[in-house]
Design a protein around this ligand. Structure first.
Ligand code: COA
Length: 298
C-alpha cells in the first residue's frame, strides 16, 4: 500500500456482519458500486452465515472497501470439495489506486488457505486482477439440444413466489436438503445466492413439483426453454420436468452439466460478460465441460 490505512484514517475490520451498522455500510457500498440491493437477504434470514468479510471503514463508519469470502461446498466429479467463493469486491472511487483492494485480497486468500479450502471460485469481469493470485479462467458451457421424449404432459406444477412466506420457507427447506444438481460440477450447499438471484431477476420462474419434491428454476424466452437449476432431494429427469411444467419447447438450453437429467445436450460456450475463475488442485482436475448454475452466481 502507498500509505498505511491507519495513517489515512481508515480502520480495518473482519467478520463484521454481526454489527448491523457495518452490514448496512456494506449494503451501501455494493449499491453505490454495482446498483444492487443485497439487503433483500434480510427478508430470508440475512447474509450467508459462513461469510468472512474483510473491509476498511472511515471515521464516519462508511465502508470504503470490501472483499468477502464464504463457504460454498461443491460437488465435482462425484467428490465433495471444500470450496470458498469470493464476492462483494469493491472500493469507493475516491479510495481507488492506493492498494486497498490488493490488501483485502491478500487477507482473504490467506484466510482461506489457513482454513484449508481446496478450491477458490469467483466471477469477474476483470480476470487480470486475480491471475496474480493463482486464479485461472474456467470456460463455461451451456448444453443445448432438442427435448427428450416426454412423459405424459400433466401440468402438475405450481409457481412459487418468494413474496409468499410459506413458499419462501418451502424453498429454503429444499435448498438445505438438496442433492447437487450435477455430480460433475454443482453447488452442494449454499442457499443465499439462489434466493438473492431469484429476487434480482423477475424473469426467473420457480416451479414446485411434488414427484419428486423439487423446485425448478427456469425461463422461457420465445421458443427456448432455459433450465437454470433444480433444488430437491432427488433430481427429476428432464422429460418429467417438461411434462410437469407442460412445456413443449424447441430448443432447450440447460445451464448446468445435465448428467443427472437423463438427457444429453451439446456443450456450447456460454456467452457471459463475466469469467468464472478458480484456483486450487480441484480446479486443475476439471476435465469435462462445466457451468455454474446461474442461480449460484455470486
Ligand atoms: C477493481 C477495484 C476493486 C480495484 O480497487 P483498488 O483499491 O483501486 O485496487 P488496488 O489499488 O488495490 O490495486 C490492486 C491491483 O489491481 C490492479 N487493478 C486495479 N483496477 C483494475 C482493473 N480495473 N482491472 C485490472 N486490474 C486492476 C492494480 O493495478 C493493482 O495491481 P498490482 O497489485 O499488480 O499493483 C475498484 O476499482 C472497484 O471497486 N471497481 C468497481 C467494482 C469492481 O470492478 N470490483 C471488482 C469486481 S470482480
Amino acid at each position: 500500500m502507498s500509505a498505511a490505512p491507519g495513517s489515512i484514517g481508515l480502520t480495518f475490520r473482519q467478520d463484521y456482519f454481526g454489527d448491523p451498522a457495518a452490514w448496512a455500510a456494506l449494503v451501501a457500498l455494493l449499491h453505490d458500486t454495482f446498483g444492487i440491493d443485497v439487503s433483500i437477504q434480510d427478508r430470508f434470514g440475512g447474509p450467508d452465515p459462513t461469510s468472512m468479510p474483510f473491509a476498511y471503514f472511515d471515521a464516519n463508519g462508511t465502508c470504503v472497501a470490501n472483499f468477502s469470502a464464504f463457504s460454498m461446498p461443491m460437488m465435482i466429479d462425484g467428490r465433495l470439495v471444500a470450496a470458498a467463493g469470493f464476492q462483494s469486491g469493491a472500493v469507493r472511487p475516491e479510495w481507488r489506486g492506493r492498494g486497498l483492494y490488493r490488501d483485502l485480497m491478500r487477507r482473504a486468500f490467506a484466510w482461506c488457505d489457513a482454513q484449508s479450502f481446496e478450491l477458490g471460485l469467483l466471477l469477474t469481469d476483470k480476470p487480470a486482477l486475480y491471475e496474480l493470485y493463482g486464479f485461472k479462467n474456467v470456460p463455461q458451457y451451456q448444453f443445448s439440444g432438442t427435448p427428450p421424449p416426454t412423459a405424459k404432459f400433466r401440468d402438475s406444477s405450481r409457481t412459487l413466489s418468494l413474496e409468499n412466506s410459506a413458499a419462501a420457507a418451502l424453498i429454503k427447506r429444499l435448498l438445505h436438503e438438496r442433492t447437487p444438481v450435477s455430480s460433475i460440477f454443482a453447488v452442494a450447499a449454499q442457499a443465499e445466492m439462489f434466493l438473492l438471484n431469484s429476487c434480482f431477476d423477475p424473469g426467473i420462474l420457480l416451479s414446485y413439483l411434488d414427484q419428486p419434491e423439487s423446485v425448478v428454476a427456469w425461463k422461457r424466452e420465445a421458443d427456448c426453454f432455459r433450465l437454470l437449476d433444480i433444488v430437491g432431494k432427488a433430481i427429476p429427469p428432464l422429460s418429467v420436468i417438461l411434462a410437469a411444467l407442460d412445456q413443449r419447447p424447441s430448443p432447450i438450453e440447460v445451464c448446468l452439466p445435465p448428467d443427472r437429467l437423463d438427457w444429453q445436450g451439446t456443450p456450447e460456450p456460454f456467452p457471459s460478460h463475466t469469467s468464472l475463475m478458480a484456483r486450487g488442485d480441484a480446479a486443475d482436475r476439471l476435465r469435462q465441460p462445466v457451468m455454474l448454475s446461474p442461480m449460484a452466481e455470486f
